[in-house]
Design a protein around this ligand. Sequence first.
Ligand code: HPA
Ligand code: ZN
Length: 346
Amino acid sequence: MKALPLVPREHLPEFLRALPKAELHIHIEGSLEPELIFKLAKRNGVALSYPSVEALRQAYAFTDLQSFLDIYYAGASVLLHEQDFYDMAWAYFEKAAADHVLHAELFFDPQTHTARGVAMGTVIGGLHHACEDARARLGISSALILCFLRHLSEEDAFTTLEQALPYRERFIGVGLDSSERGNPPEKFARVFARCSELGLHRVAHAGEEGPPAFITTALDVLKVERIDHGVQAIFDPQLIERLARERVPLTVCPLSNLRLRVTPDLSKHPLKQLLDAGVMVTINSDDPAYFGGYLNENFLQTFAALPLDAADAVRLVRHSFEASFVDEATRAGFMRQLDDCLARFL
Ligand code: HPA
Ligand code: ZN
C-alpha cells in the first residue's frame, strides 16, 4: 500500500467527509424520514398513530432490535405506489451523493409490502427506476438486494422468491434480516441453496444481537459472502481469526448498534479491535432515518469515539470497495477515485 497522508486530528472530519465510499448495508425502508412518512401518508390516505412529525421522531427511543422493528414496519405502511418507492430511494441517493458514496447496495424488505397487498413489481419497479436515475443524474452506481424476513417461515421466503423471479435482472442477491433472536440462519438453508443455484449473491444479518454461532452457520449453511453486523464475533477469538483469514467482510453499523443498545457507548464499540485483528470491516448506516445519521455521520461519530486515524479510514473505505458486488473494472475505477482523493490531501 502507498504511504498515507498524515492527516492531523483536527482535519480528520474533513478527510472522512471527502473520502469516496461504498455503502453495503442500508435498508432502504430505513431511510424513510418522518417528514416523508407524513407526506406519503397524506398522499395515500393512510392513517398514522402519531399526530405529528415531532411525535413520531420522539418515539424513536429504542431499547433493542424488536422495539425498533415494530416502528420501522409501521413507518413502511405508507408505501403503496411505485412513485412512493421511487421517492424514498431518491431521497436516500441525494443524501448518499452528499456523503461521497460512489456505490450503494440497497436492501429492501418485499414481504413488508406484499403482505399489505402491494405487488412485487410495484416495489422493485420504483426502486429500480430510482437506481437508474441515481446513475444518470448523480453518478452513483447501485444494486438491489432482496431480504427475507427471518421472523416469517422459510415457505414464505420461497413464495417471495417466486414472486421476485420475473424481476431477476433487477436485483443481484438476497439477504436475511428482521428479528435475529430465535430465528437462526439454518431456518433458511433450503431457500438460500436455491438462491445460490440461481446465481444470486448471498448475505445475512448475523451476530447483531444473536450469538457468534449464528455467524458461523450463516457462513457454513447459508454460504453467505458477507456478514451484516457480525459484531458479536468479538466474543469468539477463533471466529475472529477465521473471519480475518477467509477475508469475510463485515458490514458494521455503529450508530445502529448504539441506538439498539448492542453497544452501551461508541467508545466501547468493537470496530477497532476487529479492524486491528485483520477483519474486513466496513462502516454503514443500516437505517439512517431512525438511528441518527447517514454514512458520513457514522464515520464522524465512530472516529470521534475510538482511537482511529486516517490510515484506518482508508482501510475501511478500501474494504467497502473490495466487499462490493461489482465487476473488477468497476472496482478498479473506485480505487482510482480513492487514490485521487488521497493525492488531494497529500
Ligand atoms: N437488523 C435486523 N433487521 C433489520 C435491521 C437491523 O438492523 N434494520 C432493518 N431490518
Ligand atoms: Zn441491517
